[in-house]
Design a protein around this ligand. Structure first.
Ligand SMILES: [Zn+2]
Length: 398
């Protein structure tokens, strides 16, 4: 199948767009990319005048099993049965895919649910993006998201849990390096000990997997870096239960020096605000402003930023990564870098760049067509006219 459009954006931030470009797809893979004039006649040809062809989007931080409708986390995770969690996950996966998000990194769900969803999708019983999975997030006893079943402790205990999730099908290992939005957890303190985190990273790496660590305070980020983390989630600078965040340039410099990408998940604050009033709203407004400022400062320090929404958490929807990319642009990324943050740069950070994130021969045919030129207006990404995942046409709105 030959796809043509006014322009083709290959994906990497430094790659030049191709005017009047074309993408040739063969057996689910990209066979060739170039100027449309260089391609002969194809029997099977779709033209997208007025549009841009680009790689399918990647949301590098979601929770498929969570509803994203503001339902309190504890009640939902503990009281709803697994069938409800699965129904929600199936709905969310389809929502993301239809929005042009052809790859999702799930950052933690209950027990083996996400592996089961992927299996169902592979069998054709559900429609889902490519799923990059960790299964349960590793957490200390009573730590953030403990309901998902990933509680572990001690050096041998954390290594055993890494092996357990790997056995079940984890592509990477996720750990809660500090508390979070789970009641009675402390987001201003590291959760695991340095020795536990180091053992976890070593075991993940020994088994050929990357380690992503949720860090809401600077001390957790420093501890994760010392352990050899591969991706930092959130990278917050929370200092206490009711105190403002305090950006620490030394932490930003250390992250930049280590070359570890950060996924700041700014959509959570952005989407929760319309639902809040009074003191709660004031608190979240302050947090969002701090997070935007901190992300700008991380960027200025040279930290690699990738787009992830935390979809499922609080009010964050599953078709939202284009908005996250736009927020990253507001934090100082160029338009090309913002596009890459949700395509090629994200694929690199996840270790998926030989499979997706880019329009290049040999990669999966994950392709979207969006109106106009997204380099001039990122909101175009919200309205894909065409979505293809591994060569399969999911949306054709011509
Ligand atoms: Zn999350």
């Amino acid at each position: 199948m030959l796809l043509t459009a006014d322009r083709v954006i290959p994906g990497p931030a430094d790659a030049e767009p191709i005017d009047h470009g074309a993408v040739l797809v063969d057996q689910g893979r990209i066979a060739r990319v170039g100027r449309a004039a260089e391609f002969g006649d194809a029997a099977d040809r779709l033209d997208f005048p007025g549009h841009t062809l680009m790689p399918g989007l990647i949301d590098a931080h979601v929770h498929l099993a969570l509803p994203g409708d503001g339902t309190p986390f504890t009640a939902y995770a503990q009281d709803e049965p697994p069938g409800v969690h699965m129904a929600v996950a199936i709905r969310n996966a389809a929502t993301a895919l239809r929005a042009g998000i052809t790859t999702l990194k799930d950052c933690g769900g209950p027990h083996t649910l996400t592996f089961e969803l992927r299996r169902a999708a592979e069998k054709g019983y559900a429609q889902a993006p490519h799923l990059h999975l960790c299964g349960r997030p590793l957490t200390i006893r009573g730590g953030h998201c403990w309901y998902f079943g990933g509680e572990c402790g001690g050096r041998d205990g954390v290594a055993e849990m890494v092996r357990e999730v790997s056995k079940q099908g984890a592509d990477y290992v996720k750990a809660m390096g500090s508390g979070g939005g789970t009641p009675h957890t402390m987001s201003w303190l590291p959760a695991f000990t340095p020795a536990e985190l180091t053992r976890m990273a070593d075991e993940a790496h020994r088994l050929g997997r990357r380690l992503a660590v949720h860090c809401l305070c600077g001390a957790a980020t420093m501890q994760a870096l010392a352990a050899g983390v591969d991706v930092i989630e959130h990278c917050g600078f929370i200092t206490g239960p009711d105190t403002p965040q305090r950006f620490d340039p030394a932490v930003a410099e250390a992250v930049a020096r280590a070359g570890v990408p950060v996924c700041p998940t700014l959509s959570v604050g952005d989407t929760v605000l319309p639902h809040l009033q009074g003191r709660d709203r004031d608190r979240w407004e302050r947090m969002l402003a701090e997070n935007l400022e901190q992300t700008s400062q991380l960027r200025a320090a040279g930290v690699r930023l990738i787009a992830g929404t935390d979809a499922g958490w609080r009010f964050t929807p599953f078709d939202w990564v284009a908005r996250e990319m736009a927020i990253l642009q507001e934090c100082g990324l160029s338009a090309a870098e913002a596009l890459a943050s949700g395509t090629h740069a994200a694929a690199e950070a996840l270790g998926l760049d030989r499979e997706t994130g880019c329009l290049a021969p040999g990669l999966a045919a994950d392709v979207i067509a969006v109106p106009g030129n997204p380099l001039q207006d990122l909101t175009a990404l919200r309205r894909p006219a065409f979505v293809m995942r591994a060569g399969e046409v999911i949306v054709d709105g011509r």
